[in-house]
Write a protein that binds this ligand. Structure first.
Ligand code: ACO
Length: 383
């Protein structure tokens, strides 16, 4: 009997120097640097540079990288037209996946092993994802998309394109730190999906579009959105026990809790919890944060001992919700950040490529006779 590991749990799929997680002690490092240090001192673009090039940039390098990103923020009219033609009730993750795949048709990047191609593709993808997300968010409600502004920081520009208002710098800073915290996380499902695509030597636009599709699911990036729906459904603290009981009885998951790797609280959730609390205090009013804290306390009492604790998605949505961002944009925002990590893994894959082609354990029949159509007796209404 051959060994089988459902979900490839615990099986290394690659060697990588992009990031490191110690799930027992709640440690996450990007290129060897603790995320708490990056959250305190870095910016999203500097962190993206670190992930892509395996070192912090010099002042001049950061200026050039920032300016290259600013220059590539615009999207072509035909991409805007494509976004306009999508169903307005469709999920923004699908719009993002479709438009990223379409970008690859405008900027062919077949020479994936050339450094110049890789740099320009990375710059274009990091620069244009926020423009795509903000444009679809506006176009779907009949508003014109807002062109990017080169004089604004990465986070400020995104919030501006979304709302037509230049955000408060402190709020933009919190948003930027959220992007840092979502930028990378070792061999998760979307990264693996992108790497499988990269291993066929497909171009980075195709790789990122695969990863976006995988991130969408509620067991992965889609959980941030599901957390808000859950908290809205719970609505008040006295209803928490009943809600948790029902979920447990039905063998359903509580969104934003649990992680394949972490057995302690996700270190990203700790930073984001502090921001959510700060925003509550500054607003002088309680948001979903208070309710979330009560859910966490009750989950801790019930399943904390099994290592089921808040993950990155539990508090991130509460921050975006407080910022007035629509719930179904949370996962696209996650993708805007994670594109840096996906690209770093994709470039590692191109460098030492070996086509992913796992095996399977076949459990079906052999030597099955072919029955002629008029001899088949099984009655089925639909195939
Ligand atoms: N709520 C209730 N029980 C849970 C939860 C949860 N959120 N997460 C795990 N468990 C329980 C399972 O029921 C199972 O219990 P059992 O052993 O008694 O059957 C045990 O913990 C193991 O759970 P698995 O699903 O097998 O663990 P796995 O490592 O595959 O799951 C996952 C990790 C998918 C993240 C899971 O915890 C989950 O579904 N969480 C909710 C969705 C979520 O928040 N996803 C975001 C993850 S972070 C990210 O992707 C960016």
């Amino acid at each position: 009997m051959r060994d089988f590991f459902p979900g490839l749990a615990g099986i290394p799929a690659a060697k990588s120097s992009v990031s490191f997680v110690d799930g027992e002690h709640g440690i996450l490092e990007y290129r060897g640097i603790r995320i708490e240090d990056l959250a305190e001192h870095s910016s999203f673009l500097e962190t993206a540079f670190l992930l892509l090039f395996n070192r912090l940039p010099t002042k001049l390098e950061l200026e050039h990288f920032t300016s290259d990103i600013a220059q590539h923020r615009r999207i072509k009219y035909s991409i805007t037209d494509l976004l306009k033609s999508l169903p307005e009730q469709g999920h923004p993750m699908d719009a993002l996946q479709a438009s990223v795949a379409a970008l690859g048709m405008f900027y062919p990047a077949d020479h994936v092993r050339e450094e110049a191609t890789r740099y320009l593709t990375a710059v274009r993808l990091i620069a244009k994802l926020p423009t795509l997300v903000a444009a679809f968010a506006r176009l779907r409600r009949g508003d014109e998309s807002i062109p990017p502004r080169d004089d604004l920081s990465y986070a400020e520009n995104f919030l501006y394109m979304l709302t037509e208002k230049i955000p408060d710098p402190a709020l933009a800073k919190i948003f930027d730190v959220c992007l840092i915290l979502h930028a990378e996380h070792t061999m998760n499902a979307s990264t693996f999906s992108g790497m499988v695509t990269a291993s066929t030597l497909a171009d980075p636009y195709t790789v990122i579009s695969s990863a976006i599709g995988t991130l969408k699911g509620p067991l992965h990036g889609g959980a941030n959105e599901a957390v808000i729906h859950m908290l809205e459904e719970i609505a008040s603290e006295d209803r928490i026990p009943m809600y948790i009981d029902k979920k447990f009885t039905n063998k359903e998951k509580i969104m934003g809790f649990g992680h394949r790797i972490y057995k302690v609280k996700d270190p990203r959730a700790i930073v984001m919890q502090a921001f959510a609390q700060q925003l509550d205090a500054e607003a002088g009013s309680h948001s979903l944060f208070t309710l979330a804290r009560a859910v966490e306390a009750q989950m801790e009492a019930r399943v904390g001992g099994k290592g089921i604790r808040p993950n990155v998605d539990f508090y991130s949505g509460i921050i975006y919700h407080r910022m007035g961002i629509e719930t179904d944009l949370f996962t696209p925002i996650f993708a805007m950040a994670r594109v840096a990590g996906w690209l770093a893994h994709c470039f590692e894959q191109y460098q030492e490529n070996h086509l992913f082609r796992p095996d399977q354990i076949y459990e079906g029949p052999h030597h099955r006779p072919y029955e002629q159509l008029d001899q088949r007796t099984t009655v089925r209404r639909k195939p």
